[in-house]
Design a protein around this ligand. Structure first.
Ligand SMILES: [Zn+2]
Length: 246
């Protein structure tokens, strides 16, 4: 797609969607944003959270980074630039979102590089990538160990899903998130989108599996009274090992 297509697209937006929703944009401009949902997705061009959820401007606060990774809280906070953590903090403490969905996906390049490790020569000389994806190094190592000998695609899928759970656990390391989850003010959801079949999966802590989202009611991964031990990646990886890859 040539770059100029973006300008044509904006012209279409200006003459179409923008003109067709004058009340929406006036309200957003005068009242500000008040999204109830934070979606943390991957930067991958194929998995746009707004498109996948058919939401409108103002509906979801979105963070996109390599592989939808949430780093653990830095306690005490230091002077480094924590972009993802800062956006999470603003969404939770500033906007007071009621839900956070971490959205991983199939065929994730960042996760594939993490799985390949040092064999991933294409990224070996990069300055930041492997340090970032190493947030999920522990679950990656666990999956590689548990699934030794299985197809690479199957290991990658297990790590893609386990990395989402790892991000959920890391979300809970921020005290102002743990407090809100405990009080019921905030609910956390672990999602994984299979772009091969166009299906969204949500993690069900009761079965330790990512299950297809059929309707609109989805059990939060972490809710009041739910123990974090219920979402241990070991269980997920063991379940993933028993399933065919894609
Ligand atoms: Zn990705």
């Amino acid at each position: 797609m040539p770059f100029e297509r973006l300008l044509k697209g904006f012209a279409d937006f200006r003459l179409g969607y923008y003109r067709e929703h004058p009340d929406l944009f006036e309200r957003l401009a005068t009242e500000g944003q008040s999204p109830e949902v934070l979606v943390i997705g991957c930067s991958d061009a194929r998995v746009d959270p707004g498109i996948l959820t058919q939401t409108r401007p103002g509906d979801i606060f979105t963070i996109r980074n390599i592989s939808a990774i949430v780093p653990p809280a830095q306690i005490p906070p230091d002077e480094r630039q924590h972009g993802t953590s800062a956006a999470i903090e603003f969404a939770v403490r500033g906007l007071e979102v009621k839900h956070i969905a971490v959205l991983g996906h199939a065929l994730c390049g960042g996760i594939a590089a993490l799985v390949d490790g040092e064999r991933s020569s294409a990224y070996a000389s990069y300055d930041y990538l492997s340090t970032w994806t190493a947030v999920a190094q522990e679950v990656r190592n666990l999956a590689v160990r548990e699934l030794a000998g299985r197809p690479r695609e199957q290991i990658s899928r297990a790590v893609e899903q386990a990395a989402v759970l790892n991000s959920i656990v890391n979300l809970m390391s921020f005290p102002w998130i743990a407090e809100r989850v405990a009080s019921g003010a905030l609910r956390l959801h672990a999602w994984w989108f299979n772009l091969v079949e166009g299906q969204l999966y949500a993690f069900n802590p009761a079965t330790a599996q990512f299950e297809p989202v059929e309707g609109v009611t989805v059990t939060p991964t972490v809710a009041k009274g739910t123990s974090l031990s219920a979402i241990k990646p070991e269980r997920l990886i063991a379940v993933a090992a028993g399933k065919p890859a894609f």
